[in-house]
Design a protein around this ligand. Structure first.
Ligand SMILES: [Zn+2]
Length: 370
């Protein structure tokens, strides 16, 4: 039934397009001059003298903006939407000088943050399967839940599921463009899985329509140097720039920010209090989640490195990823390991013990050595 409605909607736009061509005759010029002397001049002045308000189109003349928005929503409906977990989720990333958006193909089961390691448990216990392949997914900087989407990007899989009506709708007419842009941003969930793309999208000449984003998911796996300014309280930081840009989005309904660090192997520790301090200023109308690395028994002396768990009331919900139990410490050999803490006097140290080998891997965080 949805397909039928969609085809009707599309034919409506096509007939509108033909009408627009007819309006390029001198009569439209007459209408335009007439409009300059009517109450509609405000719109003309805002958008420039060449805009045709398309008032001969029944779409604009007869339908209020609320109905037009409902029609745009129908245009965005895709036949594959019911298969996937995210509400019209689109991965946005900047590759080779171009912005690319692809459908998020994660399933509901992928929300389980331990799903990859559960699969590794099965392979480890049965001896059947490819642990190295699962290890690559576990170590991915895309976060645990979007590994299917990342592999589609890596292997260049192009499917009809990625197709959108965005461009065809944006090209209908100048009058429709702002409404179309607002509807695209309001009706989709935008997912960023690399910091470079997110920072560029929100801080480098951002689109004026960005404030219409309603559903946003950021999975940021950063190198240690991006977190370092928060340990020494340096004000200049690209992460802070991104947070400030998010504050300008006035009507966020859902926001998830997943933070991780990738250059310390299986160790996961970030200066949580410093990094998230600015997130308290964000206004999110609905669900606001900050996903953090597991709370490991790593001793630290810097206040910014302390955990957020026993902190004051926060405007966001904290979700912690489960501790890692698999890693590839030597190439080609994925090992299962455990976490141990050794206490001597007032000092305690955290280290990794390999299940099938009598060796320990020390904590690489310099702060723990003090
Ligand atoms: Zn995805």
């Amino acid at each position: 039934m949805a397909v039928g409605i969609q085809s009707k909607v599309k034919s409506f736009f096509r007939s509108n397009l033909k009408r627009r061509r007819r309006l390029s005759s001198p009569s439209s010029e007459y209408e335009y001059k007439k409009l300059r002397n009517t109450s509609a001049t405000t719109i003309e002045d805002d958008v420039g003298p060449k805009l045709d308000l398309q008032l001969e189109s029944p779409f604009f003349r007869n339908l209020p903006i609320e109905i037009r928005r409902m029609i745009y929503e129908l245009v965005w409906s895709e036949p594959h939407d019911h298969k996937y977990h995210t509400l019209r989720g689109r991965h946005i990333h900047f590759v080779d000088g171009h912005w690319i958006n692809m459908r998020c193909v994660m399933y509901e089961d992928d929300e389980d943050l331990d799903l990859i390691q559960k699969n590794m448990d099965i392979v480890h216990n049965s001896g059947k399967g490819d642990l190295v392949m699962w290890q690559q997914r576990l170590a991915s900087t895309w976060g645990g839940r979007h590994w299917r989407c990342e592999e589609r990007v890596q292997y260049g899989t192009q499917k009809s599921v990625d197709g959108t009506n965005f461009m065809s709708m944006m090209l209908v007419c100048k009058r429709m463009l702002p409404e179309v842009m607002e509807s695209i941003l309001e009706s989709h969930q935008f997912i960023f899985n690399d910091f470079f793309s997110a920072h560029r999208f929100f801080t480098c000449n951002p689109s004026p329509y960005i404030t219409h984003i309603r559903h946003l998911d950021l999975s940021l796996s950063l190198p240690f140097y991006e977190y370092a300014p928060f340990i020494v309280d340096r004000p200049k930081s690209r992460v802070r720039e991104l947070w400030e840009a998010l504050e300008r989005i006035s009507c966020l309904h859902d926001l998830r920010i997943s933070l991780d660090i990738y250059d310390h192997g299986p160790w996961r520790k970030i200066p949580e209090r410093g990094v998230t301090a600015q997130l308290k200023n964000l206004e999110v109308l609905g669900k606001f989640t900050v996903e953090l690395p597991p709370s490991l028994p790593i001793r630290t002396h810097t206040p910014n490195m302390q955990n957020l768990d026993a902190h004051e009331e926060l405007p966001f919900k904290i979700v912690r990823r489960p501790p890692l139990r698999y890693w590839q410490f030597t190439p080609g050999d994925v090992e299962r390991f455990g976490w141990k803490t050794h206490t001597k006097g007032q000092q305690s140290h955290c280290f990794i013990t390999i299940d099938r080998a009598a060796r320990r891997i020390p904590n690489p965080y310099l702060l723990d050595l003090f």
